[in-house]
Design a protein around this ligand. Structure first.
Ligand code: FES
Ligand SMILES: [Fe+2]
Length: 437
C-alpha cells in the first residue's frame, strides 16, 4: 500500500507531469499527519529578537496550535515557554506583548519568574520536601529554541537537526534580508487575517511567479502609470518580474527577481522624486562598504520571496515583511504579517515602506486581496476532487534547478519534501502523541 505522502503526489518526470492530489488540501487525515509529522518536527518561526528590546519584554504567540510565551528574562536571555501553568494548566499570560518580571497564574496563585522558575505558591504546606527539586513545576520550556541572524525558531522535536543545518542554503537569502539593514526593526502591530483555504496554497502562492502578471494586472498597470520611466531601462510591455526561481534545501524555495518599483536598500525609483535620491544613494554606499560591490548590487536591486518550509515567508521588496501561515483546519489558515524596517529610516522612507505594507502587501491592498480571492476559489474548486482529483504543477524542466521565475521546479521540490515528511518512519513525536493518547 502506498504511504500517504506518495499517494498525494503523482510524478512522471519522463512524461513531464507532476501532480498533487486535491485531497492534500481538504483531508482531515492529511491535516492530522501534517500536524504530527511536519509541525511537530520542523523548525517553526517564533519571533524576532527586536521584539524583545529589554529585560522582561515578552510576546505571546500561537505556534502550531500551542500557546507560547517568547520573552527575555531579567538576565537578558531569550526563552520560549509553553503558556500553561504546570499545576492544572491555565494560561499565565493573557497579553499579546508587554514587560513582566513575573508571570502569575490566577487559578491557585502560583507565580513564576521571567526565567520560568516557580517562585511562590500561596499555599505552600502539604507538599513534600523535594517538591519541584527537579524543576518540573517551573514553566515548561519548548524542547528546542534557536536563532539565526535575529530570527528565533522553535522545534517541538528535541532530536531535530540544528536550525542552521535545517535552514541550509536558504541562509544566504536570509542574510540578504538582514544585511540591507543597519538595525532590523519590527514595526509595532501586525496584519492578522484568515483565508478560507488550505495553508499550503499560500506557501505556493508566495513564490509562484506564474500568477503575478495575470492575477495582479491591476497593480502592474498602477505601477506603470505612476512611473512610466523605469531607472533600469524601458518599462516591460506587460507586468515586469524577471528573475530566477530556485529550490533550496529541506523544502525551502525562493524567487529572486527585478521588479518595476524601488527598494529602500539602494534602488531609487522615479515616483519617489529627486529629493529621495541622496538617502537612497547613502544606503547603497553603506551597503557596498559592508558587503562589497557585487553583493550590494544584488541586495539593492533584486527582490526576494523566500519560503522556509513549512510555513514562514520572508518578502523582501519595497516593503519587507515576515509572514507566518498557521493552518487551523484543512480548509482554513490564519495569516500573521509583520512589517520590517531599518531603524535608521527617515520619516519619508518609513512612509514609503508603510504605504507598500498597506497598499500592496496588506489584506486591503492592491495585491493580497487578489491572492486571497484566488486561493479561496481554489479551495472551493476542490469540491470536485472525487471526479477531478489533481492539481497540475508541471511547468518547466523536470531536472534542473534555477529556472525562470514563472516555472514550477521549486514548487515541485516543496511538494516532494512535504510528501517525504508525511512518510517519515522515525516518528519520535508521533510515538509520544500515541503514548499520551
Ligand atoms: S492552575 Fe495555576 S496555580 Fe493552579
Ligand atoms: Fe500574488
Amino acid at each position: 500500500m502506498r504511504t500517504i505522502g506518495q499517494a498525494n503526489v503523482a510524478i512522471d518526470e519522463a512524461a513531464g507531469i507532476f501532480r498533487v492530489s486535491r485531497n492534500a488540501f481538504v483531508s482531515d487525515q492529511v491535516f492530522e499527519q501534517e500536524q504530527s509529522r511536519i509541525f511537530a518536527r520542523c523548525w517553526l518561526y517564533l519571533g524576532h529578537e527586536a521584539e524583545l528590546p529589554e529585560a522582561g519584554s515578552f510576546r505571546t504567540r500561537r505556534v502550531a496550535g500551542r500557546e507560547i510565551i517568547f520573552n527575555r528574562d531579567m538576565s537578558g536571555k531569550v526563552n520560549a515557554f509553553f503558556d500553561s501553568c504546570p499545576h492544572r494548566g491555565a494560561k499565565v499570560c493573557m497579553e499579546k506583548s508587554g514587560t513582566a518580571r513575573q508571570f502569575h497564574c490566577i487559578y491557585h496563585g502560583w507565580n513564576f519568574e521571567a526565567d520560568g522558575t516557580l517562585k511562590r505558591q500561596p499555599h505552600h504546606s502539604g507538599y513534600s520536601e523535594t517538591f519541584n527539586a527537579d524543576g518540573a513545576l517551573n514553566l515548561m520550556r519548548l524542547p528546542r529554541l534557536e536563532s539565526y541572524r535575529g530570527l528565533w525558531f522553535v522545534n517541538f522535536d528535541k532530536n531535530a537537526i540544528s536550525l542552521e543545518d535545517y535552514l541550509g542554503n536558504a541562509r544566504e537569502y536570509i542574510d540578504c534580508f538582514v544585511d540591507q539593514n543597519e538595525q532590523v526593526e519590527i514595526i509595532a502591530g501586525a496584519q492578522e487575517y484568515g483565508i478560507a483555504a488550505n495553508w499550503k496554497l499560500l506557501c505556493e502562492n508566495s513564490v509562484d511567479g506564474y500568477h503575478a502578471n495575470n492575477l495582479h494586472a491591476t497593480y502592474f498597470d498602477y505601477a506603470r502609470n505612476i512611473a512610466p520611466k523605469l531607472p533600469d531601462g524601458p518599462a516591460p510591455a506587460r507586468g515586469g518580474l524577471y528573475g530566477v526561481a530556485r529550490a533550496l534545501d529541506n523544502g525551502h524555495m525562493v524567487g529572486e527577481f527585478s521588479g518595476p518599483w524601488g527598494r529602500p536598500a539602494g534602488k531609487w525609483f522615479p515616483s519617489w522624486g529627486e529629493a529621495a535620491k541622496p538617502e537612497i544613494a547613502a544606503r547603497r554606499a553603506d551597503l557596498v562598504a559592508r558587503v562589497g560591490e557585487e553583493k550590494a548590487d544584488r541586495i539593492a536591486n533584486l527582490n526576494r520571496n523566500l519560503v522556509i518550509f513549512p510555513n514562514l515567508v520572508l518578502i523582501d521588496g519595497t516593503g519587507m515583511v515576515i509572514r507566518v501561515v498557521q493552518p487551523s483546519a484543512p480548509g482554513f489558515m490564519e495569516v500573521c504579517t509583520w512589517a520590517v524596517a531599518d531603524a535608521r529610516d527617515s520619516d519619508w522612507l518609513r512612509d514609503i515602506r508603510m504605504q507598500n505594507f498597506l497598499s500592496f502587501l496588506g489584506p486591503g491592498g492592491l495585491a493580497t486581496p487578489d491572492d486571497v480571492e484566488a486561493l479561496e476559489r481554489c479551495q472551493q474548486g476542490y469540491s470536485n476532487r472525487r471526479e477531478a482529483g489533481w492539481n497540475d504543477i508541471s511547468r518547466g524542466n523536470m531536472e534542473d534547478n534555477d529556472q525562470p521565475l514563472d516555472h514550477e521546479f521549486h514548487i515541485r521540490a516543496y511538494w516532494k519534501h512535504w510528501a517525504e515528511c508525511l512518510d517519515r518512519t522515525d516518528m519520535v513525536a508521533e510515538a509520544a502523541d500515541k503514548a499520551a493518547a
